[in-house]
Design a protein around this ligand. Structure first.
Ligand code: F58
Length: 833
């Protein structure tokens, strides 16, 4: 039964005030001290940085929770349609600085703490990163929920409450070592446990067929195990502090149904075993990026969080609409962040058919108006497939439902392409063969009303190469939403000096309206502004140099070019192309000590998937080459190489403001979008990049003269593959390239261990060089020379850097979210008063 609701009149205030609760420095001081005393049981004299951090979080959280309560009330009273962002990953990083900025409390808190003798920057270092994601896909989810709250859109993020996020990377003798990440060891002050919203989740078991009245066949799933899903809520504060949405993360726990009432004296200890199994589900994030892990536990994780989230959504829907399903898809839209939560599609069908007893067609009409799917990759090894036998063991009823979805879909295919079995084989959710597989991509397209890629070129390739037949069947289903980044974290918070300079020139509302940065264009030729802009860049470089020294012991010169490549390590991202160029420069300098180049520091940050051998070999090679070069007095005044260990969000926040050059050098057609490219350019770094992913759109915005584009295009890569690509053509015909590759076979960089770096060379020669490193080498080297030349003209460089910042308006995640709202979600904002 739907409760009566009073509709709240919506006022539209144009300017976002800094905070709903105006707070003075004195209030904050008192509140922090109160928490030090009453929440932490310590005092000003005894407290260390960690205690100050916790007390400050507790003070801030009071305001956050006030906003959360008001937001939830508004959404409830207005019975709003909401988007539910299902994602196995949310790479949130640290929350304090972001929450303070979004609440408009940063400066006041800094001053309050100052008067207490505490430095805000220092205590923010106490916060562990929430690293519940691998890379781009997880960080995108985090930017999106920031924008959703900022735009006052009713939204919930749903994901997994991993006990251990992405591993902590240590470098020992040049090699990556993985250590567990323990982000919650000392508690997380931002999260709220909600035992009142626990869900029971069935797994395994078998399906019983029952013949009901009036001929209806009912299916009853008898699960073999039930686990509990315990929700933890992380408040998501929008910029301006008005709307506070929720990120709800599910932790798995043993269910009371099992074990505890059946054990006898001897079974007491054994009974814990099942608990261990249940609690394993949310233990750890799979550290693979761009490869499908294909493990039982991974499918269980996906089902676990999707099923918990659906139950949560349905509970909320029923509170307002009872058993009337007719409005479900008007109120609920679910965005699938990649195929990881795609099992939510058969799960909703199961609930509608088996539980609510709707007929198939009605259930399907609801279901296929509820889901939308974002594709993030074209790499075949990243497209998820599950062995049907494994699916059947874990989710027997869901597999039956998938077969039925597929049977009906095959009829549709037959109607479009009568008798064409090749097309049927290609479009089927089930891949036939000795081991039948369930294709989650096909399931996602068939079960969604919209499918999007993440950059123009990527979405075109999704239509043309990945899903052409689906695009033929449903010409309006496939679309594009170019990715974006939140300018609050990626400029305002991480680069405060530049932000203040921008405020002084164009006003302070650019974080909400990033197109305003265009206003900086008129200062691109203003000598004073250029000087200020570049002074800030240099100060940021000095800061980073200190960090580099502390982390690696390597001294770097802030007057050198800081050339940055930060992203997961993958062959398609071609960190090894960068490395070959560094080795070539080294050689040039050895051959000609007067070789003309501006001093340059190459900075890397990257984690390799623990099972990805060649990626780890590349990390090793970078470190070994770095060691040699950095200790070679003949060249180290001109060339340095730094590999910063444990690259993560909080390290990115330090590296990005200090970068001069942004390396975006993936093989054309392989990087779906990229988002680091946007962050670096926003902070005034110039891109050396291929025509891939969002680089193409960045080039369109900044203009060809403010970016260094090189390399094969998507069409050229395709043509080369057709013709037959032979890396030896490049190896045999380029003296420098040959010398550099042969160098990898020697023991020059690994004394006493010849061949320690040979696997790299092999992958690029005998291995066939799948990612066309050799084909792009010369063009890359030329682009780098142009960048060097441009940097030597300080005036020209400053202009180019400013124009990069000025033209990044398009890449705010607010714009991405507005695109989703318009093209897919059809949501209305709901102001919180
Ligand atoms: C990334 N994908 C894309 N996947 O590679 C990048 O181009 C894009 O900008 C970004 O998504 C956001 O759209 C990505 O990060 C993963 O990390 C998956 C994790 C789980 C296993 C499969 C890959």
């Amino acid at each position: 039964k739907s409760p009566k609701r009073t509709t709240v009149k919506q006022k539209t205030s144009k300017t976002a005030s800094a905070s709903s609760v105006p707070l003075s420095k004195a209030d904050l001081k008192a509140s922090i001290v109160k928490h030090l005393h009453c929440s932490l049981g310590t005092d000003e004299n005894k407290a260390n940085n960690h205690a100050w951090w916790k007390a400050t979080c507790a003070s801030v959280q009071e305001h956050v929770l006030e906003g959360l309560r008001k937001t939830q009330k508004s959404h409830y009273l207005n019975d709003t349609r909401a988007v539910h962002y299902f994602s196995a990953e949310f790479l949130m990083g640290r929350l304090m600085s972001n929450n303070l900025h979004n609440l408009g409390l940063f400066d006041a808190t800094e001053k309050a703490l100052n008067e207490l003798g505490v430095n805000l920057t220092d205590i923010m270092e106490e916060e562990p990163d929430m690293a519940l994601g691998n890379g781009g896909l997880g960080r995108l989810a985090a930017c999106f929920i920031d924008s959703l709250a900022t735009l006052d859109l009713p939204a919930v993020g749903y994901g997994l409450h991993y006990e251990h996020g992405l591993f902590r990377q240590e470098i020992k003798n040049g090699e990556q070592i993985e250590r567990p990440d323990s982000w919650r060891d000392y508690g997380n002050p931002w999260e709220i446990c909600r035992p009142e919203s626990i869900q029971d989740i069935p797994l395994f078991g078998y399906v019983e067929t029952k013949y009901g009245e009036n001929g209806r066949i009912n299916k009853e799933w008898h699960p073999g195990l039930i686990v509990k899903g315990l929700p933890w809520d992380i408040p998501v504060v929008g910029y301006g502090g008005k709307t506070v949405n929720v990120l709800r993360l599910w932790q798995s726990q043993a269910s009371d149904y099992f074990n505890w009432d059946v054990f006898n004296a001897g079974g007491y200890v054994d009974a814990q075993k099942e608990n261990v199994q249940a609690e394993t589900i949310s233990k750890v994030l799979y550290p693979n990026d761009e490869t499908d892990a294909g493990k039982d536990l991974r499918l269980i994780q996906q089902y676990f969080f999707s099923a918990c989230s659906l139950k949560d959504i349905i509970r909320r829907y029923k509170r307002a609409h009872g058993d009337d399903w007719s409005r479900f898809s008007d109120q609920v839209v679910i965005q699938l962040n990649d195929t990881h939560p795609a099992v939510a599609i058969p799960e909703l069908m199961r609930i509608l058919i088996d539980r609510a007893e709707l007929d198939w067609d009605y259930a399907w009409s609801i279901c296929s108006k509820t889901f939308a799917y974002t594709n993030h990759t074209l790499l075949p090894e990243a497209l998820e497939k599950w062995p049907a036998r494994m699916f059947e063991r874990i989710l027997p009823r869901h597999l039956e439902i998938i077969y039925e979805i597929n049977r009906r879909f095959m009829d549709e295919v037959e109607a479009v392409w009568p008798g064409d079995n090749d097309i049927k084989r290609k479009l089927s959710i089930i891949e036939e063969g000795p081991d039948k597989m369930v294709r989650m991509g096909n399931l996602s397209v068939i079960g969604s009303f919209a499918v999007n890629g993440v950059a123009e070129i990527h979405s075109e390739l999704v239509k043309k190469d990945l899903f052409p037949e689906f695009n033929h069947m449903w010409p309006n289903k496939l679309t594009n939403v170019t990715n974006g980044i939140t300018p609050r974290r990626w400029l305002k918070a991480c680069n405060p000096a530049l932000s203040k300079l921008i405020d002084s020139k164009i006003g302070a509302d650019w974080p909400l309206n990033l197109d305003k940065l265009q206003g900086l264009t008129e200062f691109a030729d203003d000598a004073k502004f250029k000087k200020q802009f570049m002074k800030i860049k240099r100060d940021n470089k000095v800061q980073l140099a200190k960090e580099v020294l502390a982390l690696t012991g390597v001294e770097i010169d802030p007057d050198a070019i800081f050339d940055v490549q930060i992203k997961r390590l993958h062959e398609y991202k071609r960190q090894h192309l960068n490395l070959l160029y560094i080795m070539a420069l080294y050689r040039r300098l050895l051959e000609n000590p007067n070789y003309d180049m501006h001093p340059r520091v190459f900075l890397f940050g990257a984690k390799a998937a623990p099972g990805y051998k060649l990626a780890k070999d590349i990390i090793y090679a970078i470190n070994k080459v770095a060691e040699k070069i950095n200790n070679d007095a003949r060249v180290n005044h001109k060339l340095k190489v730094v590999f910063l260990p444990n690259y993560r969000v909080s390290l990115a926040e330090k590296m990005i403001p200090a970068a001069d050059i942004s390396e975006q050098i993936s093989t054309a057609g392989k990087e779906a979008s990229g988002t680091g490219n946007m962050k670096l350019s926003l902070n005034g770094a110039l891109t050396v990049g291929t025509l891939d992913g969002a680089n193409i759109e960045i080039a369109e915005e900044v203009g060809d003269e403010n970016i260094f584009i090189f390399g094969l295009t998507v069409d050229e890569v395709e043509a080369l593959d057709k013709k037959g690509y032979n890396p030896f053509d490049y190896y045999d015909n380029n003296r420098e390239l040959k010398a550099v590759l042969d160098w990898l076979d020697s023991d020059y960089f690994t004394p006493g261990k010849p061949g320690a770096l040979s696997s790299l060379k092999r992958s690029m020669l005998e291995g066939g060089d799948q990612y066309k490193v050799l084909a792009d080498f010369v063009s890359y080297s030329e682009a780098q020379s142009l960048a060097d030349k441009a940097y030597k003209d300080a005036d020209k460089w400053a202009r180019m850097a400013i124009l990069n910042t000025a033209q990044m308006g398009k890449f705010t995640s607010d714009r991405s979210i507005k695109d989703y709202v318009k093209r897919i979600w059809k949501l209305d904002p709901c102001k919180v008063e």
